[in-house]
Design a protein around this ligand. Sequence first.
Ligand code: GLN
Length: 553
Amino acid sequence: MLKGEARPPQSPLKDMKYVVVSGGVLSGLGKGVTASSIGVLLKSAGLRVTAVKIDPYLNSDAGTMSPFEHGEVFVLDDGGEADLDLGNYERFCGLDLYKDNNITTGKIYSQVIEAERRGDYLGKTVQVIPHITDAIQDWIERISAVSADGSGETPEACVIELGGTVGDIESSPFIEALRQFQFRVGRENICFVHVSLVPVMGPVGEQKTKPTQHTVKELRGLGITPDVIVCRAEAPLAKETREKLAAFCHVSPNAVMSAHDVSNIYRVPLLLRDQGICDALDIDCNATDLMSRWEDMADRVDNLGDDVHIAMVGKYTGLSDSYLSVIKGLEHASYAVNRTLVIDWIEAENLVDTTHSDWDVLRNAHGILVPGGFGVRGIEGKILAAEYARTNQVPYLGICLGLQVATIEFCRNVLDLEGANSTEFDENTPNPAVVFMPEISKTHLGGTMRLGSRPTIFQVDDCMTKRLYGGVSQVDERHRHRYEVNPDLIEKIESAGLVYVGKDETGQRCEIFELRGHPYYVGVQYHPEFKSRPEKPSPPFLGLLKAASGETV
Ligand code: GLN
């Protein structure tokens, strides 16, 4: 479709509302939370919602990116390895998104270059405008028509978050595509929301508007006039700040939103609603009971009971974004048991030194969680944490690598299999407890793991995890791994009390273990954190929090 051309009447865009969320001044302003909160408001207006995240980097997906640099890799049902913002959308808006809901420069360019090689543009010079910008718009149009809320029906509203900061070279083709997109869908069907920062300076704590003025000027220079400005600030925006921003940024004062610090994340949609963002979006967000449920949840989260300490034994412990969904999983479960969650971060490597103060932290925790991970660093410490939990009856949840290290520990210390290890960490181990899965590629690292939603079939009726999942016979959870428990050892391990109560559909691959005679010693090969929701905590997390709070699971 050419620039500015009217959309065809049969276009899925016909009744679609788009909300584009961009950001300025600096990264990490909470654009994702703003976009998700807008999704919640659209949903509360009774609309079927979906979401798109644009990441202007050249990687095809986030799968090969370090959690150190980019935060966790969020895994989708279809095996997509995406930016963690997709997790925010799923949790806030109750969606199950697809890999195509995450657009990257890498994906768009590969598609256009492939089309060029096929001869699709024969005779033409292939250029950023119109070929890349058209590809972006076509992609958005196509994926926004795909149901993501479980209804199976075409969505009515789509939130599009543009990653990065306006003015970056990388994001300019996307800005240009979105500028054109307003003509494709009709200006009345698209709302531009720009998230900015209002810092405070000087002895009287004056709220400074200049950074926002500049970023809006930049955005307008690129052809996009924001309808709403969301200002991150420590304290609520003063009346004068709001008026000044409106005057300099060409928006109505009612469209300047104060996104100041609040007691918990669930207050953000309420905060935006209370300042009238729904007028700018032209929706009635009281059309359903969703907002009152959010109010209840926000209040509940502010008034949780006694502390429950969970020791998180990982290797990116300085960076909570690296474990964002795991933290969310713990939080959701803590709401269900009405406890205030305290996460005690333990750098796995430190545990190898038995005199390290992290041992005191571990000993004081009510529960221990070993999350997923790759590479050898910290492995021996994680094995020690698993041993400590097993032998001291401390509730333990091992996720993916956490299941694998507990299996290694069990083989070493219960079965006396000397030097037992995963072949990921010791290729020549005399006792491979965890082995490379036969179908996985050793030469291509992008998108080649066992990924996405796979079934787990319960093997026994009487087990904790089956009860936690509500007695179902099968669960579908998301995966991301290359190694598995050595099938040749399963019988031996099970006869010593560590029972693989959940296996894949072939009955060969281990998915869930439970230790007999322990209050809660559970390992899962999948990542339950990706499907945890505030109002519906993930069952393995709920089990951990219950056990850590002294309840029988
Ligand atoms: N490194 C392990 C594997 O590839 C565990 C992966 C994970 O924890 N996500 O199997």
